[in-house]
Design a protein around this ligand. Sequence first.
Ligand SMILES: [Zn+2]
Length: 176
Amino acid sequence: MGSMEIPFDISETVWWTGYGYREEWIVCPECNGQKALTLIQGNGDTVSIACANCSQGCEPPLGRIKRAFYHFEPQRFICEKVEMHGYEFWYHDGERNVSSENLFKTREECEKRCIELNVKKEKEEESKILTNITRNRAKIAWSVHYWGRTVSKLTKELDFAKKRLSECKERKGRKT
Ligand SMILES: [Zn+2]
């Protein structure tokens, strides 16, 4: 295989895109912080249901969700040590381990990559939020439909049982 050249020299100062990641609570975009949604069924009935987008598992809804924000920005990075993982070079600056993919010789190159990353990650996060909303809506719609049908089925059974009961009572009354 021969020898491979390392992309940056030891003790060279380069530019790093940074971690660029932070998590924050935001108002739930589905219920707007109200924790509940109003659903209009096909027959015109309205049902208020707990927002599934801002509740986890069986927990009650919070009205807010955690969202990732990305802000990559060029930072100075001093290459102190280098390691190879597979075909990737990882540099250590005494504190952090960074792939050479995120390191650049010039601030301009790094800046360009940061902008790319900010756009890409932001889009990914937005589509993740949208996917969650869609999935939770399907879940809610399904459960409203299901429980609605269960209620009408049980109501019919209850009506039937009441009718039978009153018939039994009538018969019993006639006998005595
Ligand atoms: Zn919500």
